[in-house]
Design a protein around this ligand. Structure first.
Ligand code: ZN
Ligand code: ZN
Length: 247
């Protein structure tokens, strides 16, 4: 006699999948048996924490010390071209593990869970969203995208746009220069490295719009700054940014 859990046709399908194609959480090794679980189990997702401490309201950089949110020294010297940036968590622990799986192991399906986490971390009514016309993923150079199989920022931005009922401007901002990986460079070199690396191909898609750039990891901000500058030069009214994590 079937267990009550497996009475409906959908549950039968799940039972068959569990018996013949069992899959396990890539982080903790537990069997993925709950409905909707893919790649990572619900318990591991539950351990991902949003960042809760003072930030720089301009560049979004987390302040280590306790106290009120305040403008950081770098932003006092020079405001970034984007006017708000929100990062959802620290790039360490389980969030870093998930991003690495997402990005380098081709688990593009994790983009949906990461977008849900981001929305919950920032809050649906945060000023970041006010008046936004569309999300814009930080593009990869086409060669890099071919190697990776997908653009992680594009999937994340698409899922986030769906959750918020916003538009997605895809393919208007492109990366025209395949620069060396940013991770191997110092901050000053990173800024130089990306200068002129992006181009707006379809100005009509960005002109006069309030755009929200989306990327996976924020390090020095040089990528977001260069993309923002490029979009503003092409006529965007305002550029903001969201990243999943901050290193
Ligand atoms: Zn797990
Ligand atoms: Zn700042």
């Amino acid at each position: 006699m079937p267990l009550p859990l497996f009475r409906t046709p959908g549950s039968w399908a799940k039972l068959i999948e569990l018996v013949f194609f069992p899959s396990f959480c890539r982080l903790c090794g537990e069997l993925l048996e709950k409905p909707g679980e893919r790649v990572i189990c619900a318990d591991c997702w539950g351990k991902v924490r949003a960042h809760r401490s003072p930030i720089c309201p301009s560049c979004g950089r987390f302040h280590e010390a306790a106290g009120e949110s305040h403008i950081c020294r770098k932003c006092i010297d020079q405001r970034p071209p984007f006017c708000i940036h929100r990062s959802c968590g620290k790039y360490d622990g389980i969030l870093k593990d998930i991003i690495l799986l997402y990005k380098y192991r081709r688990y593009s399906i994790l983009g949906k869970g990461l977008a849900e986490f981001a929305l919950q971390a920032v809050g649906g009514d945060d000023e970041l969203w006010w008046g936004v016309d569309a999300l814009v993923p930080v593009p990869l150079h086409r060669r890099r995208r071919r190697e990776r199989g997908f653009n992680q920022a594009r999937i994340f931005a698409g899922e986030l746009a769906k959750l918020k009922g916003l538009g997605l401007v895809d393919g208007a901002l492109v990366k025209i220069r395949n620069v060396p990986p940013q991770t191997s460079l110092e901050a000053v070199d990173r800024a130089k490295n990306v200068r002129g690396a992006y181009l707006v191909k379809r100005e009509k898609a960005v002109w006069g719009k309030v755009l929200l750039l989306a990327d996976d990891v924020y390090t020095t901000g040089s990528t977001l700054k260069e993309c923002s500058r490029t979009l503003l030069e092409a006529g965007a009214k305002e550029v903001r940014a969201i990243t999943i994590a901050q290193a």
